[in-house]
Design a protein around this ligand. Structure first.
Ligand code: MN
Ligand code: MN
Length: 329
């Protein structure tokens, strides 16, 4: 596909022009675009620097800044697929969503409002968390007029728990229980991949399966292979509007240790990259990469894995944007 002239302003700065370690870091070296001036943007990369839903080791609030820094290593072209997302769609860094580190529900409202404002302008979000509760207000924003959404969810955990600490219903272990109850997602069109580790009591998995969620444990992924699992996921999602949520703890902690709730025996990075590439063709309306926790990631290794997964997500999001643009004539 030829590069639309109006896209030139939205191309990342090349490391052949300015060294990657130089300058102000934006996501993937894209231009920063203030949200109120984002009308021409088709895909917004947005940080949500908030971890008020974390139940164990905190720190994901620092994720967006570290992910921006490491993302300056990302180049233009996906050599595996040939996709150059920046040439397919106008992408920009829209900064961080507003948050209130001292008030959970105020944060959820602010985050939802921010993404609803993008959605009304037709801007597709690629979100950098933040902890996994961040997905709930993003889904609330995207579900307006589209609910219930399909979702493909990579994680070591289902995040389908009901409550923590005696009935508290909003943590990074509960976002998808709330999303299902609120009608934002259709459990029968939700696929979870990579689930593993020790459990509290299994109530989360039982509830999810009883409501139709396809829960793929890591052992099944290894036994059947990633192609068979993603083919099944694609069939479950069909042509429905689909959100992709990627918790970095889905990746094996040998490769991505810097996260709050690591679980051994996870997905290799390359397998995850290849699974995301296989999502090309779905009607993807947004995606997130959450739970990178820089205080537990002193080398930046986990953020580096995270930004490469964000790039894979951006590639398939850009393809979906092109298809919708062409369908709209
Ligand atoms: Mn998790
Ligand atoms: Mn999670």
């Amino acid at each position: 596909m030829t590069e639309p002239a109006e896209n030139a302003h939205f191309l990342p700065r090349s490391g052949m022009d300015v060294p990657r370690f130089a300058g102000i870091p934006t996501f993937m070296r894209l231009p920063y675009c203030p949200p109120e001036q984002a009308a021409p943007v088709e895909i917004a990369i947005v940080g949500v620097p908030w971890d008020g839903g974390t139940t164990n080791r905190a720190g994901a609030r620092h994720g967006p800044r570290q992910l921006r820094d490491l993302s300056t290593m990302i180049r233009l072209v996906n050599q595996a697929t040939g996709i150059s997302p920046f040439r397919l769609a106008r992408c920009a860094d829209l900064g961080d969503a507003p948050v209130n580190p001292a008030d959970l529900h105020d944060s959820l409202a602010r985050i939802e409002g921010f993404f609803a404002s993008l959605d009304t302008r037709g801007i597709v979000p690629l979100v950098a968390g933040g902890d996994h509760l961040v997905s709930l207000p993003v889904l609330r924003a995207l579900a307006r007029g589209r609910a219930p959404l399909a979702m493909i969810h990579f994680d070591a955990h289902t995040d389908f728990y009901d409550s923590y600490f005696g009935g508290f219903r909003y943590t990074h272990g509960t976002p998808f229980r709330r999303a299902a109850e609120e009608g934002l997602i259709d459990p029968a069109r939700v696929v979870q991949i990579g689930i593993r580790g020790t459990a509290y009591d299994g109530e989360d998995v039982a509830w999810a399966r009883a409501h139709g969620v396809r829960v793929v444990f890591i052992e099944e992924l290894e036994d059947r292979g990633f192609r068979a699992i993603v083919e099944e996921a694609r069939a479950i999602v069909g042509s429905h509007p689909c959100y992709v949520s990627f918790d970095i703890d889905a990746i094996d902690p040998a490769q991505a240790p810097g996260t709050g709730t690591p679980e051994v025996g996870g997905i290799p990075v390359l397998t995850a990259q290849r699974m995301i590439r296989m999502l090309d063709g779905l009607d993807l309306i947004g995606a997130d990469l959450v739970e990178v926790s820089p205080p537990f990631d002193p080398s930046g290794q986990t953020a580096w894995v995270g930004v490469n997964l964000m790039f894979e997500l951006l590639c398939v999001l850009a393809r979906a944007v092109v298809r919708r643009r062409q369908a709209a004539g």
